[in-house]
Design a binder for this molecule. Structure first.
Ligand code: G3H
Ligand code: 13P
Ligand code: ZN
Length: 309
């Protein structure tokens, strides 16, 4: 199975009323945990790489490890740039073998977001690479950029047709109340499903992307706190809301924080239970298994893409 772009994957997801998991990767154990979980559930997969991940692990290492995972699992896998900050980063990822990129112009004025996204689309489509764009702005922390609640803004449905038509993008990330990181809501979680509905009415058949979609699974927050961590007040998107979004026009659901929690929770537990261990293979095996089980849970209980590879 070759690396694929997101075109066919999203078409099937849209028609089938399910979503594909887009999981962030930063190292070998995370890549192996995700792909082993997806293999066990026979699920299509998006592995996404942020600018921070490229800086941490280097493009070439991540690419070679993802190629190995594809060879090992024989699954359809999209290799995607998460939150591409500029044209040059998108170009470098396309030239370096990615099959999909996100250009995140969500902080720009409408016309500038269109111009930048259009430029990336032209370069990408000539090379059979799909492009995700963003309209509206999520709150939370991405890499070293922190967007405050006051600076965030919901997507305006009346803008989406013009944006999609003029940019030619293949999918659109929208802001309906989710945010990046482990602290998403003060008080009751609320998502603007009315905005999602209005956007999908205006763009029938068009794949929508949900960022900031970790549920911040309480059992892992508890595990971290039980073994010496300190994450009071962590809160994520309830899974029933994600299931609802996946049954609607949302074809891609981004999950990073829940993977970080699983990895860290299992590490803390391992060290608490085995204070004498110092072989990385021992504790990283537990962390990798934590990632695998988290991904299986997402695929089966949230995304509904099990058996769809
Ligand atoms: O949305 C951001 C993702 O969680 C990636 O985070 O930029 O810290 O790698 P990062
Ligand atoms: P979370 O922080 O909710 O996992 O969101 C990840 C994300 O949107 C990556 O682009
Ligand atoms: Zn994101």
């Amino acid at each position: 199975m070759p690396m694929v772009n997101s075109k066919e994957m999203f078409k099937k997801a849209y028609e089938g009323g399910y979503a594909i998991g887009a999981f962030n990767v930063n190292n070998m154990e995370i890549i192996q945990g995700i792909t082993e979980g997806a293999k066990m559930e026979n699920a299509p997969l998006i592995l996404q790489v942020s600018a921070g991940a490229r800086k941490y692990a280097k493009h070439v290492y991540l690419m070679k490890m993802i190629e190995a995972a594809i060879e090992d699992t024989d699954l359809p896998i999209v290799v995607h740039l998460d939150h591409g900050p500029d044209f040059e980063t998108c170009k470098s990822c396309i030239d370096g073998g990615f099959t999909s990129v996100m250009i995140d112009g969500s902080h720009l004025p409408f016309e500038e977001n269109i111009a930048l996204t259009r430029k990336v689309v032209e370069y990408a489509h000539d090379r059979n690479v799909t492009v995700e764009a963003e309209l509206g702005r999520l709150a939370g922390v991405e890499d070293d950029v922190k967007v405050s609640a006051e600076d965030s803004s919901y997507t305006r449905p009346e803008e989406v047709e013009e944006f999609a038509t003029r940019t030619g993008c293949d999918s659109l990330a929208i802001a309906i109340g989710t945010s990046h990181g482990a602290f998403k809501f003060k008080g009751e979680p609320k998502l603007r499903f009315d905005i999602l509905e209005e956007v999908s009415k205006r763009l029938p058949g068009f794949p929508i992307v949900l960022h900031g979609a970790s549920s911040v699974i309480p059992s892992y927050v508890d595990m971290i706190n039980q073994y010496g961590g300190n994450m009071p007040g962590a809160q994520g998107v309830p899974e029933e809301m994600l299931r609802k979004a996946a049954s609607m026009a949302v074809c891609k659901i981004n999950i990073d924080s829940d993977l970080r929690l699983a990895f860290t929770g299992e590490l803390r537990k391992h060290f608490a239970e085995h204070p004498d261990h110092f072989d990385p293979r021992q504790y990283l095996t537990d962390a990798r298994t934590g990632i695998r089980e988290m991904v299986r849970h997402k695929i089966v209980d949230v995304l509904g893409c099990n058996g769809k590879a």
